[in-house]
Design a protein. Sequence first.
Length: 351
Amino acid sequence: MTIAMNHRPVTADDGCQDQVLLDQWYAIDFATEFPAGEIHKVTLLERDLIVWRDSDGQAHVWEDLCVHRGARLSKGWLENDTVICPYHGWRYDSAGSCVLMPAAPDEKPMRKARAFPYPVAERYGFVWVCLGEPAGPVPDFPEWDDTAFMKVHSGPYHYDGNGFRAVENFVDASHFPFVHAGYNGLPDAPDKLEPYTVTELPDGSLRSSEVRVFQPIGDARGRPVVAFYTYTVFAPFVGYFSKRTVDADASGAAISETSNTFTTLFAVQPLDATHCVVRVCSALDTLPHPEPEAVRERADIIYHQDRDIVETQRPERIPVQLRYELHHRTDLMGQRYRSWLRGKGITYGVI
Ligand code: FES
Ligand SMILES: [Fe+2]
């Protein structure tokens, strides 16, 4: 049984207290999942939130909590850009201020009669929220504004597993031949990984040098490719890869001079320490562009395979003490990711 099932923290003094994590941006869903006119419920780091849009289309994310007697605002309703609490009808404007207490309609509501709003950003087709003070901007997705790249969203993928382990799996190339047999590698002829390096960039993100692998069905085009992955971890729960691909023959030999690029932003919404939701946005410049549906179908196969293996990992919370597991040089990216998490002083969701 998870902590979340026993206990639901409702205030900022409860639940995840890791300031480093609270100060991050989290993609809480695709922007299209929050149509105007409705109050939507979302869970992030054990906290229950509401999302709603005002008539300008601006998304608002608040605690799912009325300060009066603690009723859930998600059970309330919207009227003229205000949220109405279902219990005593207190009405909150888009800035979160109570503007009407129906039992005392002539009184100006107290200054403390406020909702609990959080910083919100809408980028790359996701709504992002920060539960603290944003430590920086939403991570930069380099290809998003480049019109040569088609963009495809995939997911959500619900992992009954730890969000850090989901990110580590995303930046791990040596599982391809086994977890993604026939797609990203061959179990009977697994790639030998050459040594690569991992660098912490001036903006604090972690980046690998290129990792070369053979992929029998490297992307939605359905052809064999030699792929060169460059992995980046932008934030504890946001990964990214840029994959340069060269056409290959069935034996894995490169047969073209030109390369295409396939990139993916991997955004994890930690529900609690051992459950998360993964959503991805891919950007690719392969011509002709494959059908978005084909890209999504392949992503569904790959991420379900990843989910199935991440859900088996024990301990469920990722060990950031390196002595708890065995690290090989081919695991350098995951190893550095763990040390990087430990260096930030993160204690939630790790052991
Ligand atoms: S609990 Fe919300 S108005 Fe009373
Ligand atoms: Fe994988």
